[in-house]
Unconditional design. Structure first.
Length: 154
């Protein structure tokens, strides 16, 4: 009896897994599905100045037949802001993922953004990296030493 219950339980578990994977298989079989192709997957800012422009755009193109829809772009931390082309991109059309890093954070950095879409490859990770130099040190303001005036003779 225990073997029968165990067998039925395993059978139901296997069936649930097969049904859960079915939509992903169907999407991969869609020969007209959008194909997202990026100009770059990794961008290196190199060494940049403190509090400078930390913005960059990852360009992409739809090389599939159906409209491409970027549904979400997830950033890896609060030090990054993102924006992207929100309207559907027709076959051959182009779009951008805009990233901006807070360059008031000194030191080396490597950050990722994950792009989610209806493309054949529905999730793509983009990386940007660099090193932010330390803030420039302001010269100290020095006050001239006080002078002691000699009493004026009358």
């Amino acid at each position: 009896m225990k073997k029968i219950i165990l067998f039925l339980g395993l059978g139901l578990f296997s069936a649930a897994n097969i049904v859960a994977q079915e939509p992903a298989v169907k999407a991969a079989e869609n020969k007209n599905a959008p194909i997202i192709v990026f100009d770059k997957i990794v961008y290196d800012f190199g060494t940049i100045a403190y509090d400078s422009n930390g913005a960059f755009e990852f360009g992409f193109k739809n090389e599939g037949n159906e409209p491409l829809i970027v549904s979400n772009v997830q950033k890896s931390c609060g030090c990054t802001s993102v924006d992207w082309t929100k309207e559907p991109i027709k076959k051959g059309g182009k779009g951008v993922i805009k990233v901006s890093y807070d360059t008031k954070r000194v030191g080396a950095f490597t950050k990722n953004v994950t792009v989610n879409s209806n493309a054949k490859m529905p999730s793509v990770v983009l990386t940007f990296k660099g090193t932010v130099l330390a803030a420039p040190v302001a010269p100290e303001l020095t006050m001239p030493a006080p002078t002691t005036a000699a009493p004026v003779a009358k």
